[in-house]
Design a protein around this ligand. Structure first.
Ligand code: NAD
Length: 267
């Protein structure tokens, strides 16, 4: 996939850590100029930027809270000013605020929906507007623009004590499909990646000790935890013309987590 994204400009939200970092480095390795977006630690974002710079493309670091309309608009205008346009958006930023349903506060609900779902709406809307403004450039890509939404196996698997998170991911599925339906004729492609358990800070409780990692394997038929590179490779493919006929779909990268492993031996 070397150079499959040469000349393309990509924004990856929440890319100072975890999956976003993995995707940013994979896109940079494939030749894209990238924007590392962060909301928290500038140092961590700059560390990722310095790793990404080794691939030779341009790298910008932009602070923006994806749930804030003004900050999202500013992130897109800075990117367009510095890089000329946006060809690829990876809607990755997300978080969890867990609680048993009957104890969940409205703040916990609003925070997760605001970042995980509204954040994806705000960024996708800016991206679509930029794609339409720029027009197609067949030397760069067959598509007018590509959006990748980081969803989760929990767009499908219900998750008690995480109802805000599961609802946000279920929402992303129909947000993604509805945008795909509306803009396919304009040559915009939008798809989701649904990770299972990937080794990142968001789920350290599930892999941080040998015991917890062992227990996690009950949920993964393929018997290994996912790594950020597993997601990065799929993101490069989805952003490239290699996947030009793929639109409005969800790709599960989960080692079989959605295969109901509890039923393996008759349930
Ligand atoms: P992570 O905590 O390392 O990454 C999340 C990133 O989002 C962080 O860099 C964080 O700073 C950023 N972020 C949070 N709020 C933000 C905001 N308001 N604006 C901008 N950035 C913000 O965790 P991760 O596992 O890398 O998660 C990345 C995405 O992958 C999330 O959408 C998550 O739901 C999804 N996901 C992760 C897993 C997994 O197993 N790790 C599984 C399924 C889905």
């Amino acid at each position: 996939m070397e150079n499959s994204l040469k000349g393309q400009k990509a924004i990856i939200t929440g890319s100072s850590s975890g999956i976003g970092k993995g995707v940013a480095l994979s896109l940079a390795a494939a030749g894209a100029d990238i924007v590392i977006n962060y909301a928290g630690s500038k140092e961590k974002a700059e560390e990722v930027a310095s790793l990404a710079s080794q691939f030779g493309g341009k790298v910008l670091v932009i602070k923006a809270d994806v749930s804030d309309e003004t900050e999202v608009k500013e992130m897109f205008s800075k990117t367009i000013q510095e890089l000329g346009t946006v060809d690829i958006l990876v809607n990755n930023a997300g978080l969890q605020k867990d609680a048993p349903f009957h104890e969940m506060t409205l703040d916990q609900w609003n925070k997760v929906i605001g970042i995980n779902l509204t954040g994806q709406f705000l960024c996708a809307r800016e991206a679509v507007n930029e794609f339409l403004r720029r027009g197609i450039n067949p030397h760069i890509s067959k598509a007018l623009g590509k959006i990748i939404c980081m969803s989760s196996v929990h767009q499908e698997i219900p998750w008690s004590e995480h109802v805000n998170y599961a609802a946000s991911k279920g929402g992303i599925m129909l947000l993604m499909k509805s945008i795909a339906q509306g803009y396919a004729a304009k040559k915009i492609r939008i798809n989701s990646i649904c990770p299972g358990a990937i080794r990142t800070p968001i789920n350290k409780d599930a892999w941080g000790t040998p015991d917890s990692l062992n227990k996690l394997m009950n949920l993964i038929p393929y018997k290994r935890i996912g790594e950020i590179e597993d997601i990065g490779k799929v993101a490069v493919w989805l952003a490239s013309d290699q996947s030009d006929h793929i639109n409005g779909t969800s790709i599960f990268v989960d080692g079989g987590m959605t295969l109901y492993p509890g039923f393996t031996t008759n349930g």
